[in-house]
Design a protein around this ligand. Structure first.
Ligand code: ADP
Ligand code: MG
Length: 684
């Protein structure tokens, strides 16, 4: 079973590179195979001379003198002059790449690929790539994979590592039975892996994505079917006699519940008093107030002497829920106790929490994925709530339910999908929709600015801060990357602090220690920080009502639904709020402009999702982060509704014929269904 081997078995990968990969979540050969490209790039044919300033282009030419490297404030800068075929002189600059000096052969013909800019009449390539002409021409013919990278890891290194993993592991046994591949015209696992990493054409990519999407759908439906057959018609043995706490807490909230919230809550309560145990999906746009519904149902469980658990996808969100719950308990003098359980806790705290959960001392258990780890034993768990369910796999949800004895399950989602699809995806679940937002809400005003107008945006933020409000600034990266351009929180923070020493700013990203993250979030919540400069870790759930502006750098890089979620961080109180989208393509990327305008015009999540579907490029797959719905990595029900339907039918037929997936041809499928971690594929 080579798939579980560490990366160091690949020749050329030592402990240092291994560590870089680990930071991206790639630990085994299998992870490497499943580390799908973020997108693909087609190299353009080389031009005689660059025309369009500000565009990526390729130019054929040669160097006639040796490059020169200087040091400037600790930065090495290597420069040279490219003489293009048509006689242009183009300045070429590389930062932090002194070694390039040695690799340049004078008078050799190269293709130089990168962004050209015009500096008062002089053309300049910054940080371009150099290729041998022949190699470059073969590259123009096929889509080149672009991987997610981290500092120290280049796209080339990833490609080589993937190559290594492919040659060690293939052929793999296909988890999908051959007759299903034939029926749905899908390539087998080996072809699909090769084609997704080393495609010859767009069709190769399309077919591979289709196959992996189908696999995700199929596993999802099979897991659901398996679980449903276990939980089918389970009698509800929980007894609910009291509702006085529920009533009094509802009455003492600082707001009145909206119609949608009231309905969702009464739906849950009705379920809990029904004959059978049920699952319910609460669908409500970002900011519609799903947390209140969750908390109130947990209180209802507690006053009837049952435990409830709330699972959140990030530690930041978990802490926020926990603190809110503690506050609610103390404000209402409730005789209940909440505990928090997440990764990275102190050993003693963790032990204490586990004891309280086991003994039943804890009424409310609020946590991250840690809630489903093996050593957690619940007391009399009656209700499990999964917040931001699209961040979890179906299996993770199932494991949490199996922790109790057939508890009720409520899953909360802000992902708006058409009803026709949700009927297939959430078959067997009851659905409550919260379509209204609290009355006091104002529309979030959204502006699109060019990067050159950043000062305007900053000034706007300063004004809001002067009024006593707070702001988020979102950057796509943590640190400067050698291969991708875009703002990073580390440098941005330095720059911002230099420009605005009087404003209290703080930085937040996923690679900070847990304590540090907690500390910064706490300070932001308590308004000790005015401006939070953060990566998208705040994308889900974070709720600071005093924040009235969110500035999103490189907004053109984000998907529309993601921008909509980010925008939902503001406008949570009754103050007028603003979202500033910085278009780093400066309006040159037409598709990006269209997407940003679509967001500007629309405030409704459903509408945004539909526009997103229409405007998204066909090559943009999302291979590494869970997005969309139901924890899919690659599949997208909106884009592939027919495939979704096929997979649902296939899963139902398989289960009908082999309810426990015991037949030989289905054993692998069962194994994947039972795996807690990866949905796509697992060690067989
Ligand atoms: P989401 O549905 O995105 O999870 P939250 O539950 O975090 O939204 O709620 C967003 C904000 O709206 C919170 O600050 C919450 O206190 C507030 N809120 C919730 N319900 C109401 C309501 N009915 N009226 C006014 N504000 C509300
Ligand atoms: Mg929420």
């Amino acid at each position: 079973m080579r798939e579980s081997d560490p990366l160091t078995v690949i020749s050329g990968i030592g402990p240092k590179t291994e560590a870089y990969f680990k930071s991206l979540g790639v630990c085994s050969l299998l992870d490497m195979l499943l580390f799908f490209p973020r997108t693909y790039k087609k190299y353009p044919l080389p031009k005689d001379h660059p025309e369009d300033e500000g565009e990526y282009c390729a130019v054929t030419g040669s160097f006639e003198r040796r490059p020169v490297t200087r040091r400037f404030r600790g930065l090495t800068i290597t420069t040279d002059r490219l003489y293009s075929e048509s006689g242009d002189e183009i300045e070429v600059i590389w930062y932090r790449m002194p070694y390039i000096e040695k690799s340049i052969k004078l008078y050799n013909k190269y293709v130089v690929y990168g962004m050209v800019s015009n500096h008062s009449g002089h053309l300049r390539f910054e940080q371009p790539s150099l290729f041998d002409t022949e190699k470059y021409y073969t590259m123009t013919k096929r889509p080149a994979p672009v991987y997610h990278l981290t500092k120290g890891l280049s796209n080339n290194t990833v490609s080589k590592a993937v190559d290594g993993a492919l040659s060690i592991c293939l052929p793999l046994k296909d988890p999908i039975p051959g007759y299903l591949l034939n029926k749905n015209q899908l390539p087998d696992i080996n072809r699909s892996l090769i084609n997704i990493h080393k495609p010859d054409s767009d069709i190769d990519i399309e077919n591979s994505v289709r196959r992996f999407s189908y696999q995700e759908f199929l596993i999802y439906f099979l897991t659901e079917e398996l679980q449903r057959s276990e939980n089918k018609d389970v009698r509800n043995k929980f007894l609910f006699k009291n509702d006085s706490c529920l009533r009094s807490v509802t009455g003492s909230l600082p707001f009145e519940l909206t119609g949608g919230q009231k309905k969702a809550l009464s739906d849950i309560i009705e379920d809990m008093n029904g004959l059978f145990v049920t699952e319910r999906l609460i669908q409500g746009d970002v900011g519609s107030g799903k947390t209140a519904v969750a908390f109130l149902s947990m209180i209802y469980a507690a006053e009837n002497h049952y435990q409830s658990a709330l699972m959140a996808p990030t530690e930041v969100l978990c802490d926020q829920h926990f603190e809110k719950m503690i506050k609610l308990i103390s404000e209402n003098n409730l005789p209940f106790r909440a505990v928090c359980l997440k990764g990275g806790m102190k050993q003693s705290d963790r032990k204490d929490a586990l004891n309280k959960i086991k003994s039943g001392e804890a009424d409310f258990i609020i946590g991250t994925h840690a809630l489903i780890s093996d050593n957690v034993t619940y007391h009399n768990l009656c209700l499990v709530i999964t917040d931001e369910q699209h961040r979890f796999g179906v299996r993770q949800r199932a494991v949490l339910m199996e922790k109790g004895e057939f508890p009720f399950s409520v899953i909360m989602s802000a992902t708006p999908i058409p009803r026709t699809l949700s009927l297939i995806l959430y078959k067997g679940m009851n659905v409550s929709e919260i379509r209204d937002v609290p009355k006091s809400r104002k529309k979030i005003l959204t502006a699109i600015l060019k990067s050159s107008e950043r000062n305007k945006a900053w000034k706007f933020i300063s004004n809001e801060v002067a009024k006593g409000h707070q702001a988020y600034i979102i950057c796509p990266f943590i640190e400067e990357s050698e291969t991708m351009d875009g703002e990073n929180v580390t440098d941005y923070m330095d720059l911002y602090q230099k420009n605005f020493p009087e404003i209290k700013s703080g930085m937040l990203h996923g690679r900070m220690s847990l304590d540090k993250k907690n500390d910064i979030m706490k300070k932001f919540k308590e308004h000790e920080i005015d401006v939070l400069i953060s990566t998208t870790v705040v994308e889900v759930g974070v709720d600071v009502a005093n924040a009235t502006v969110i500035l999103i750098e490189n907004a053109d890089r984000f998907g529309l639904t993601q921008l909509h979620q980010l925008r939902g961080r503001v406008g949570r109180g009754d103050q007028q709020s603003f979202c500033i989208l910085m278009d780093s393509s400066n309006g040159k990327n037409q598709n990006a402009s269209k997407r940003l305008s679509a967001l500007q015009e629309s405030r409704d999540g459903f509408e945004v999702a539909e526009k997103d579907l229409i405007l998204r490029g066909p090559g943009d797959i999302n291979g590494t982060r869970q997005s969309g719905e139901a924890g899919f990595f690659i599949a997208d029900s909106m884009r592939n509704p027919e495939l979704l339907k096929e997979a649902a039918d296939d899963a139902a037929n398989i289960i009908k014929d082999d309810p426990m997936l015991c037949k030989d041809e289905n054993k692998y499928l069962r194994k994947i269904c039972e795996s807690k971690d990866r949905l796509i594929y697992t060690n067989l």
